[in-house]
Ligand binder design. Sequence first.
Ligand SMILES: Nc1ncnc2c1ncn2[C@@H]1O[C@H](COP(=O)(O)OP(=O)(O)OP(=O)(O)O)[C@@H](O)[C@H]1O
Ligand SMILES: [Mg+2]
Length: 275
Amino acid sequence: MTVIGSSGTPRSSAQTESRDIALEARDLGHAYGGREVLAGVDFQVRRGTFACLVGPSGVGKTTLLRCLSGLQSSTSGSVYVGGDIVNAPMPGVALVFQDYSRSLMPWSSVLHNVMLPLRANGISKQIARAKATRALALVGLDDVAGQMYPWQLSGGMQQRVAIARALAYEPSLLLMDEPFASVDAYTRADLEDLMLTLQRELALTVVLVTHDIDEAVYLSDQVIALNGRPAQVADIVEVPLGSARDQVTTKSTAEFAELRARVHGLVRGSRGKSS
Ligand SMILES: Nc1ncnc2c1ncn2[C@@H]1O[C@H](COP(=O)(O)OP(=O)(O)OP(=O)(O)O)[C@@H](O)[C@H]1O
Ligand SMILES: [Mg+2]
């Protein structure tokens, strides 16, 4: 099977088997009232890869992520997770939002915040505690942090808690909407590296929305650029930077600069060619 990118160019070979596709949007459209925000959105994300969704402010990135998660129904087209059509939130899919301060319960300890959704899904206290402790360890938070309240932690640590809460579900697909937009640049770099490590170690498929083009190229195996009104996929840029990435050396390479320039052009409106 040949997969055709949004610009009609055949895409490369390894992504062609449907069992390798974790997530697919097929001719997806969404309208609020009579106003079309997304139209004819088509892309696939390969299993165990990192994809970033980029596009101008207000283009429809959050709307698309909500449709992908099943939290919001699309008005046309379909979403498939692991080959199954999505009509509602799916098991194995977790979401992380930008605003960690609103998603964490201030009156519950960090550990209980991570346990809460597991308990709500009927998991026993003992197992929920073990899963939550393991998830907190994965994001670098120990038992002492687990006993604290979210408001006692820095913004970056609170976002780690939100990531741990998503990981505690043991998802295979993680959807993230501008998860690092509210933290400072140093914390952001740490969280980016944490996500790269987690994605590879847990063999997760990650789809992350960002407006930061450097972040998108640094994290991604593929960058999906949205543009237009209604929004479509302007192009999908493959990022062959390898798995060992470093904030300084990777971002200093000519290859990184070339990819960044390409994505920048797509976000600003010029359509590129599929890689
Ligand atoms: N619930 C809603 N009802 C009506 N219009 C909405 C709703 N949510 C979003 N919109 C509109 O749809 C468009 C796309 O919004 P969306 O939040 O998906 O864009 P975005 O790319 O995530 O923006 P940002 O970069 O600011 O996060 C915007 O014009 C927005 O005003
Ligand atoms: Mg948004």
